[in-house]
Ligand binder design. Structure first.
Ligand code: ADP
Ligand code: MG
Length: 369
């Protein structure tokens, strides 16, 4: 990226021309491509980066410190990877011995004891199911599997209407109950099955943030698979600048918009990264739990900014499910959200809620949600 294009990309209105990043990196890495290519040379020794695989994707952490001993850097990396491994070990439905797999396998409707981490995620999930009228629903697991996006992988044929109707009988967030006092969950049906893919990455980001806070780190950016949380300032002593991606043909990446962030999280859900096609029709990994079918409307992505990454992550998925009507709900809930929609000519049009506009105008993320 040239410094001229970097300057363009750093504008804060949505009229900027997209800047191509021919990096070939995945969605989650766009944010880092942006922060890494700002104009100023990095002051040596102030910014430190860590990255690696986690939760079927990658994490990237950047900390800015005036002085850091190698012991401190070791502690930061260790605390971060421990937090990520903890969340994955509890919430993955790809690991047979995870807590989520235990809940899924449990037979009968006795309370199933869970850790405080899993309890917290389930509570956020159920609350967001309620505020989004079931658009967010972690009991979609059998639908996700049927459409070929779960642990069993893709079936030779997509499910037919009869199969979807059968599966819908055993989905529904209201059949899952969480009891805080006993730290347990109860399934109304034994065959209720959970998928935390749309919320666990956000929670993992929050957990890493807590770990860095405990180590006294004041300036950081944490990213797991495109979900981001920031604190303090970047190495230029400015708010972190996090990019929202505009999908381009052939998988190229362009920047739609840069959001200044200091103490907040950003999560994006899109229909363009994880999908396959049948007869030219896009089969998205985001499922509308009300119909049992993948989403088909014109909204390509929804980005949500808020204090907690766990909630931003879930809301981004929920609003993407709701599509254009999700915009009104986001306004009603006071969420800072950015909708990227395809118009009739297949040109992208961005729309932002009032709270999102305020973030751009104030030059720094404010606390919402
Ligand atoms: P990504 O994983 O690409 O960041 P999301 O956060 O939007 O994207 O999560 C999508 C995943 O969440 C799907 O692959 C599926 O496992 C699960 N999922 C799909 N539809 C829903 C839904 N309506 N509510 C909750 N989880 C969903
Ligand atoms: Mg999500």
């Amino acid at each position: 990226m040239t410094s001229a294009s970097a300057r363009r990309a750093r504008g804060s209105d949505n009229s900027i021309r997209p800047t191509l990043l021919k990096t070939g990196l995945g969605a989650g890495l766009l944010t880092l491509a942006l922060t890494a290519c700002q104009q100023q040379p990095e002051p040596i020794g102030r910014a430190h980066q860590f990255s690696g695989p986690t939760m079927g994707t990658r994490y990237r952490i950047k900390v800015v410190m005036d002085e850091a001993s190698s012991q401190q850097l070791y502690d930061i990396e260790k605390a971060s990877t421990t937090a990520l491994e903890n969340v994955n070990a509890k919430m993955s439905n790809y690991l047979e011995d995870s807590e989520v797999s235990g809940i899924n396998a449990a037979v009968g409707n006795e309370p199933f004891p869970v850790s405080s981490d899993t309890l917290e995620v389930l509570q956020h999930a159920l609350e967001i199911s309620s505020t989004t009228m079931g658009a967010f629903d972690i009991t979609v697991a059998p639908l996700v599997d049927a459409w070929g996006f779960g642990p069993p992988g893709r079936a030779p044929e997509p499910p037919d209407k009869q199969e979807i109707d059968r599966i819908l009988e055993r989905t529904g967030w209201e059949m899952l109950r969480v009891d805080r006092a006993s730290s347990s969950v109860t399934k109304d049906r034994s065959d209720l099955s959970l998928d935390l893919s749309a919320i666990a990455k956000g929670y993992a980001v929050d957990q890493v943030a807590d770990a860095l806070d405990a180590l006294g780190i004041d300036n950081y950016m944490i990213e797991v698979g495109g979900e981001v949380r920031t604190k303090g300032l970047n190495e230029q002593d400015e708010p972190w600048r996090i990019g929202i991606e505009r999908p381009m043909p052939g998988g190229d990446q362009a920047i739609e918009l840069i959001v200044p962030m200091s103490n907040s999280s950003m999560a994006t859900s899109g229909d363009y990264r994880n999908y396959y096609e049948i007869d030219g029709e896009r089969i998205s990994h985001t499922i509308d739990p009300r119909s049992g079918y993948p989403i088909t409307h014109s909204v390509a992505s929804v980005t949500v900014v808020g204090p907690l990454c766990v909630r931003a992550d879930a809301y981004a998925t929920a609003l993407l499910v709701l599509g254009p009507e999700g915009f009104d709900l986001a306004e009603e809930l006071g969420l800072a959200a950015y909708f990227l929609q395809r118009d009739k000519e297949n040109v992208f049009v961005g729309r932002m809620t009032t709270a999102f506009k305020q973030i751009l105008e104030s030059g720094e993320s404010i606390q919402i949600d």
